[in-house]
Design a protein around this ligand. Structure first.
Ligand code: UD1
Length: 418
């Protein structure tokens, strides 16, 4: 397994460009299964997860080519509506194929994802929504068997779920009649999926709000689309700049998707300058402690919680970081403590006592965003850190170490074989 060696204490400066959003491209790729045709996607990030989804689509029968950020998907020859455990267990977003496969084939067999190191992460809301649309669901050797002709329905989600909203939306576009989704997720990635489905010929109203009206269609068609910028990658580089930057210029940021994150950064005293479509970020002389609570969009994203904790280790005072989406998502905390951070975990919140001098150490990645937080902390630490299991990072950050090295970070990937 590859690892990163990072020598901390170097100032970051220069330009970095944000890639297409992982969490937007994955459901959009799944949506191409809805109708047998050809699809072209641009600004596709070259990530482990994009390749996993491509592999899954190929198992189902699609042909795919991916070059220079553009992906061509042909789903005309798809015959196998099945998502095997081997893939779903490595990437939960594989579960997104449930809605499209059921809508197209009238039946499918999709492995249950199983546990995850952020806690249980159930899929009950996905299944309830699909059942409301008229499918019968059963469990067979760890696989969900879904079958039936889909009819429009009103689905009121108990909790705002990105994945369940995406799955229900994809199933509903080919269901007979009208579907209304209430308390639907409003995340920009769901909005991007809804616009993609519209381009395929779906009729959806209320895009960008928590109530979506879908009028089911008999036919859809292939289309071309550009993947929206990754707000979580952008947020990660903004926080890197706030921790160790002196003029980090970030291009390709969709500011509207980061309103609260930018507001929180400003509250820390971080210098943010907008010019020529770029955001330039520099570390404040004194970083103020700022509390955050993660909530569904447009609230503070859980996917930037770990990185915020890394920043707060350098704040002048203590603050509280609470995760209301994934209450157990704190595997990065003991690793940050190994670097010298002072953090107390209680329930679904941590108290970060800053400022602490971070000292390089060997630490271990546990998931995509936790790994990013460890990299950021290592950049701010004195001495050398070794971050193992960076395959987690490779799932969700395109060329992360190359982008950081371009900003002057001393970061090196050591391949597993060495
Ligand atoms: C997506 C993102 C992930 C992000 C998360 C929350 C992708 C590929 N992943 O994950 O990066 O951290 O949104 O913004 O887009 N829940 C249930 N039952 C369900 C589904 C969800 O109880 O059937 C709960 C979850 O445990 C969690 C909350 O709902 O507490 C929100 O989860 P959800 O929005 O579904 O997250 P994902 O779509 O899995």
């Amino acid at each position: 397994m590859d690892k990163f060696i990072i020598e901390g204490g170097h100032t970051l400066t220069g330009d970095v460009h944000i890639s297409g959003a992982k969490n937007a491209v994955l459901p959009i790729m799944a949506a191409s299964l809805l109708w047998p045709d050809r699809y072209v996607l641009h600004n596709v990030p070259d990530l482990r997860d994009t390749h996993t989804m491509a592999h899954l689509l190929e198992i189902i029968g699609a042909s795919i080519s991916f070059e220079a950020g553009s992906m061509q998907i042909d789903t005309t020859a798809c015959r196998n509506p099945e998502a095997p455990y081997e893939l779903v267990k490595t990437m939960r977003a594989s579960f997104y194929v449930l809605g499209p496969l059921l809508a197209r084939f009238g039946k499918c067999r999709v492995s249950l994802p199983g546990g995850c190191n952020w806690g249980p992460r159930p899929v009950d809301l996905h299944l309830k929504a699909i059942e409301s649309l008229g499918a019968s669901i059963s469990l067979d050797s760890g696989y969900i068997l879904a079958e039936g002709r889909l009819r429009g329905a009103t689905i009121d989600f108990d909790i705002r779920s990105v994945g369940a909203t995406g799955n229900a939306l994809m199933a509903a576009v080919l269901a007979e009649g009208e579907t209304i989704l209430t308390n639907a997720a409003e995340e920009p990635e769901i909005t991007a999926l809804a616009y993609f489905l519209q381009k395929m010929g779906a009729q959806i109203e209320g895009i960008g709000t928590s109530t979506l009206h879908v009028r089911g269609q008999k036919e859809l068609h292939g289309t071309e689309d550009e993947i929206v910028a990754d707000r979580i990658e952008a947020g990660t580089f903004l926080i890197a700049g706030a921790l160790a930057g002196d003029g980090v210029r970030i291009a390709g940021v969709c500011e509207d998707h980061l309103t609260l994150v930018l507001h929180k950064l400003e509250a820390t005293g971080t210098e943010l300058r907008r010019r020529d479509g770029l955001i330039e970020v520099s570390r404040a002389a004194e970083i103020h402690p700022v509390d955050i609570v993660t909530t569904p969009y447009p609230g503070y994203p859980t996917d930037l919680q770990a990185q915020w904790i890394a920043l707060m280790t350098q704040a002048d005072g203590s603050c509280i970081v609470q995760d209301n989406i994934y209450r157990d998502r704190f595997a990065h905390v003991p690793e940050l403590i190994r670097l010298g951070a002072q953090i107390r975990l209680e329930g679904n919140a941590v108290t970060v006592l800053g400022p602490t001098e971070l000292i390089g150490a060997p630490v271990m990645s546990t998931d995509i965003r936790a790994s990013a937080s460890l990299v950021l902390a290592a950049l701010a630490a004195q001495g050398t850190s070794e971050i193992s299991r960076v395959y987690h990072l490779d799932r969700g950050y395109e060329a992360f170490e190359k982008k950081l090295a371009g900003l002057g970070a001393h970061i090196e990937r050591v391949p597993a074989s060495l």
